[in-house]
Design a protein around this ligand. Structure first.
Ligand code: GDP
Ligand code: GDP
Length: 437
């Protein structure tokens, strides 16, 4: 799995600027689907051929300008399972009390974690001299940089990537395990689900809301396939810091989803689909991960022969255009459908990496176009000449046509629906690109 680099520092030192600066180097396909939010806190990046995830912890904190103890605690929790930390300060505002507090905490809490200490906004010889004094934090090898103009950033990245674990962590292609993020709101049964699968009680399951646990990845093998369960059960924390709970869940969930191939979203059958569940599903969809929806605690529902059908129809009516997501009814308690869930997740992962030949796609296209002639607003004719699948981690289809601007959304939807009917793409987001040819 890709190593995770956490970016910390008080508000306004330039974390977001550095975040964007570092990620600008990445060569990944950026999805151009309209409406994709840019409000992300964990993003994949690449430097000198090495891949990593960068986490901006500040995005969650910047709302208030004052560093509170709970804010610091939240930041610490967020970076606990990062592989290394960039601690950013700002030469123009000088070292502040907050900087010193953060540095003390980092030094105290993470004695074994590599911390890259950086002074930002160093853009002149005088500022370089000023920045020298930042060693009083106790971090003796500061990087001087400017997130704005980019100076110094490359040198720091070289050192960071050098310090991170080699290939087995960075080379996704050699790793054939299926990575599943087990996500969902607190108390839906994530730990119980993981425990039932692993057949151990390594994870402590508890009725007490707010029990502190740490997330651990678990591996198991089924039918010769290795699985990694990326568990977010540790997201429940002391209720004392109420405001923090949402923060923990979001960040943990985001982190787990970023690292998975398939997001396994658990619901509590009694609660149904709530806003927070949709947020989690959307998080996975936006990142082009596979999604499987599991309605857990099905043992608690009084049923007749129609119950699951009615329940599913109701769920789907609230899921908008996410009808491609498979839904299963399970019970972590009675173990009903647990292995079916895993096998479905495996199938979704296979669908996600499915490569469809150009000749099959063009046969498909010919048929689809003979059924429906694309209408256009302007009366100009849209001509699609051929299509192909673009190499990517999820299915991306390119359509070459006379003028991409003539493509209307209902025609796009029609093509997506037909593609899903024809090829096995259950549980995976797909992207359609229209290009001029
Ligand atoms: P965050 O709150 O830590 O995420 O900080 P931001 O990235 O939002 O930056 C805070 C302010 O500092 C903004 O006005 C940025 O334009 C500015 N800033 C960020 N990096 C630099 C830098 O390298 N040099 C200078 N001069 N300004 C910077
Ligand atoms: P998590 O916070 O999502 O990890 O949820 P837990 O696994 O800790 O489960 C919360 C509570 O729901 C515990 O009391 C579990 O025993 C209970 N629970 C979990 N799964 C099931 C299930 O399938 N059926 C029933 N009846 N209870 C369950």
């Amino acid at each position: 799995m890709k190593p995770l680099i956490a970016l910390v520092g008080r508000p306004n030192v330039g974390k977001s600027t550095l975040f964007n600066r570092i990620l600008r180097q990445k060569s990944a396909i950026v999805d151009s689907t309209p409406g994709v939010t840019r409000d992300r806190h964990i993003m994949p990046g690449e430097w000198q051929g090495k891949q990593f995830l960068l986490m901006d912890t500040g995005g969650y904190c910047a709302a208030n300008d004052v560093i509170s103890s709970s804010m610091i605690e939240q930041t610490l929790t967020a970076i606990r399972d990062a592989d290394c930390v960039i601690f950013l300060t700002d030469v123009r505002s000088g070292l502040t009390y907050d900087d010193l507090e953060i540095s003390k905490l980092l030094q105290r809490t993470f004695q074994n974690k590599q911390i890259f200490f950086a002074v930002n906004k160093v853009e002149s010889p005088q500022l370089t001299i000023d920045a020298e004094s930042f060693v009083s934090t106790g971090f003796t090898n500061p990087y001087f940089l400017s997130a704005k103009d980019g100076s110094g950033v490359a040198d720091m990245l070289d050192d960071i990537l050098e310090s991170l674990p080699e290939s087995e962590h960075t080379d996704d292609d050699d790793d054939t395990s299926v990575k599943l993020a087990i996500v969902g709101r607190p108390n839906v049964g994530k730990s119980s689900f993981v425990n039932a699968l692993l057949g151990t009680n390594r994870h402590i399951v508890s009725d007490i809301p707010g029990t502190t646990r740490d997330a651990i990845d678990s591996r198991f093998i089924r039918k010769q396939q290795e699985y990694v369960l990326i568990d977010t059960a540790g997201l429940r924390k002391r209720t004392k810091i109420d405001a923090g709970v949402e923060f923990y869940s979001s960040l943990r969930t985001e982190k787990a989803i970023e690292r998975c191939q398939v997001a396994v979203v658990l619901l509590d059958a009694r609660a149904g689909l709530e806003k927070q569940d949709m947020k989690i599903i959307n998080m996975a969809e936006e990142r082009k991960k596979g999604v499987l929806l599991l309605v857990n605690k099905w043992d608690l529902i009084e049923k007749d022969s129609k119950t699951s059908k009615v329940y599913e129809d109701n769920l789907r009516s609230h899921m908008g255009n996410l009808s491609w997501i498979p839904v299963l009814f399970i019970s972590a308690l009675t173990k009903k459908n647990l292995y079916r869930a895993i096998d479905t997740a495996e199938e979704i992962s296979r669908n996600r990496s499915r490569k469809i030949s150009t000749s099959s796609l063009n046969r498909f296209l010919e048929e689809a176009l003979s059924a429906v002639h694309p209408s256009t607003k302007s009366g100009k004719e849209l001509k699609i000449k051929y299509m192909t699948q673009i190499d990517s981690h999820w299915p991306v289809f390119a359509f070459f046509c006379n003028n991409p601007e003539l493509v209307q959304s209902n025609f796009r939807k029609f093509l997506e629906k037909k593609l899903r009917e024809q090829f096995q793409l259950d549980g995976v987001p797909i992207s359609l690109r229209f290009m001029e040819k």
